[in-house]
Design a protein around this ligand. Structure first.
Ligand code: SAH
Length: 227
């Protein structure tokens, strides 16, 4: 079974429309819908915005459905000139740009306990997803994806995240899904279509392009699940 998590309905509803014989269950306010899409059993969830909801959802999904891998799909702000609106960022790893115990001498982004800044995404899964994008003619770039409990909408914050973490896209859930998967030894990939440029125009671009970007990520998921 493949676990698929999106933060928002707009990122999930078109995918869920393809589930054969859907079965729903709501746990801690998150509705999990399982069934078949293409050639795979899937369990899907809309987790809500931010790292806490994303972690709650990923942990519950793993405990109740034991997915063999988890994909977090949706939209993100671009941090790279290689990624325009509608292109897709594929994670090499995830980082939390708002995790900061640096006054104690720790590196920025360090997750104490695990003692890592970057948590690696599953290479094979991410490569397969990028290959599907290629088949569809969707442009992708691979690199670190940065999450934080902030909608990034300024050149300053964008520069901080790229300079500190070398990230190519920013969003608000992926690294929480990644951390939960990491501690549970579940392979994961974060797949994000670009809805805005995480700069001073984001507040206008995001509402304009979120639906179109979400459609791109759904298109890619359907291609992957058809294999
Ligand atoms: N109140 C709004 C909040 C949306 S937040 C709502 O409920 O719809 C934006 C979402 O898109 C988050 O899930 C985040 O992962 C992603 N996202 C897109 N562009 C982003 C950016 N520039 N910075 C951070 N997250 C972004």
């Amino acid at each position: 079974m493949i676990g698929i998590i999106a933060a928002m309905n707009v990122e999930m509803e078109a995918l869920r429309a393809h589930i054969e014989n859907p079965v729903s269950e709501t746990v801690s306010g998150v509705t999990f819908v399982r069934g078949r899409i293409g050639n795979h059993e899937v369990v899907t969830a809309v987790c809500g915005i931010g790292k806490v909801f994303a972690a709650l959802c990923a942990q519950t999904m793993i405990l109740r459905y034991a997915p063999e891998k988890v994909i977090n799909t949706g939209v993100a702000g671009s941090l790279s000139s290689l990624l325009n609106i509608g292109s897709i960022a594929v994670s090499s790893c995830v980082v939390q740009h708002d995790m900061d115990t640096s006054p104690l001498g720790d590196p920025l982004g360090l997750i104490s306990g695990i003692n890592k800044v970057e948590l690696p995404a599953d290479k094979l899964l991410c490569t397969d997803l990028a290959a599907c994008a290629g088949e569809l003619g969707i442009h992708t770039a691979s690199g670190p994806i940065a999450s934080g409990d902030q909608f990034v909408a300024s050149a300053e914050r964008k520069t901080f995240i790229t300079d500190t973490f070398g990230a190519i896209a920013c969003e608000m859930e992926g690294a929480a899904v990644g951390q939960v998967c990491y501690v549970n030894s579940v392979p994961f990939c974060i797949l994000r279509a670009i809805s805005d440029s995480a700069d001073g125009s984001s507040h206008m671009d995001y509402p304009t392009f979120v639906k179109m970007a979400a459609e791109q990520s759904v298109k890619l998921m359907l291609r992957y699940l058809s294999k």
